[in-house]
Design a protein around this ligand. Structure first.
Ligand SMILES: Nc1ncnc2c1ncn2[C@@H]1O[C@H](COP(=O)(O)OP(=O)(O)O)[C@@H](O)[C@H]1O
Ligand SMILES: [Mg+2]
Length: 332
């Protein structure tokens, strides 16, 4: 599938405080030529941020290098090039990706997957700004800005000796952490809008479908959300997308939420009857307001305080939930 996000203009959609912070950090990082390290789960937007940093900077080529996809035996020559006759089949000399990125940016994606011997060569490039093509005796100068990214916990990789500590320190100068999408759910409606616009699909979603998309946890982060929107619009003539059009993991999650709600209201009703019974002569029902307060407290407990999920479980809007929390003096 072609990804319009690999072409300019690069837009980082979202208004959450987390994304605003990343936007500011990217603009600032663009003014420097120190290495940048981007951390975050897969699909959380590391590559798009790398492109933004590059664009905010001095320009030149942007060369993405997927360290996890390079074939081990060819890696050195892919990165640093080789001279004629360096190995069998090297009939001509060939520039590597680092040379291609000269006066620009090399984006070393999944740097945690780089083997130790390559890490040494990369460290030399970062410290001395020089490298040696395979088969060459002479060092070459390179003026390359390095932006590295990984979904791995690099500190752990260092402690387990899979990642060189010296390289880690060298990369750990400007660090941007992209939070997973489930920690900034307020961006989900904006991202959906952004993708629908980008895909040139004049679709809209029912409130129920939108609520289900917000309630879902998106383990594949923004990439998974984008794919879901693309698939939904490809498979439905629209223009309104309903819950039934949602990908099955999202729908299953929403269904589970709904049966949780049913169980919850059964439990609340049961508890109401049980607690009301012992008081002789008192009516066997709880006042509606008391029932409502209990339902909210129960839902908050079940969702561990997740307000979006709580509103969803209770079948009310978020604004209504906020109002009721205030009414009943329930702290958020
Ligand atoms: N905040 C965002 N706004 C718009 N598109 C985004 C955003 N974050 C991620 N994307 C898109 O989601 C997909 C995955 O992002 P990517 O940067 O490749 O993630 P990562 O490199 O962390 O795996 C890409 O299509 C990217 O353009
Ligand atoms: Mg990526």
């Amino acid at each position: 599938m072609s990804d319009p996000n690999t072409h300019p203009p690069y837009v980082l959609a979202g208004r959450s405080p987390e994304i605003e912070k990343i936007r500011r950090q990217a603009a600032r990082a663009g003014c420097s030529s120190a290495p940048v390290l981007l951390l975050g789960e897969s699909g959380s937007g590391k590559e798009i941020v790398a492109r933004l940093i590059h664009e905010a900077g001095r320009g030149g080529p942007f060369v993405p290098i997927d360290c996890g996809a390079l074939v081990a035996s060819l890696m050195e020559s892919e990165l640093f090039g080789h001279v004629k006759g360096a190995f069998t089949g090297a009939a001509e000399s060939k520039p590597g990706l680092i040379e291609e990125a000269d006066n620009g940016t090399a984006f070393l994606d999944e740097i945690g997957d780089l083997p130790l011997e390559m890490q040494v060569k990369l460290l030399r490039l970062l410290q001395e700004r020089e490298y040696r093509p395979v088969g060459s005796l002479a060092w070459r100068k390179a003026n390359v800005r390095v932006i590295a990214a990984t979904h791995r916990d690099l500190e752990k990789e260092v402690s387990e000796r899979r990642f060189r500590q010296d390289l880690y320190y060298r990369l750990n100068v400007i660090v941007l952490r992209l939070p997973p999408l489930r920690e900034r759910k307020q961006d989900i409606p904006l991202l959906i809008e952004h993708f629908l616009r980008q895909l040139r699909r004049p679709y809209s979603l029912t409130q129920e479908a939108l609520d289900a998309l917000v309630a879902y946890d998106w383990p594949g982060n923004v990439r998974e959300l984008r794919n879901a929107i693309e698939r939904m619009t490809a498979m439905n003539s629209g223009p309104l997308l309903h819950s039934a059009d949602l990908p099955s993991p999202v729908r299953n999650h929403a269904d589970a939420g709904r049966s949780q709600l049913l169980a919850l209201s059964a439990a609340v009703n049961g508890a109401g009857r049980a607690s009301a019974a012992p008081a002789a002569g008192s009516p066997s029902v709880l006042p509606l307001l008391e029932l409502e307060k209990r339902a909210i407290l129960d839902a908050l407990r079940q969702t561990k305080g997740d307000l979006v999920m709580t509103a969803y479980l209770l079948g009310i809007g978020r604004t209504t939930l906020y109002r009721k929390l205030k009414e009943y003096n329930i702290p958020r």
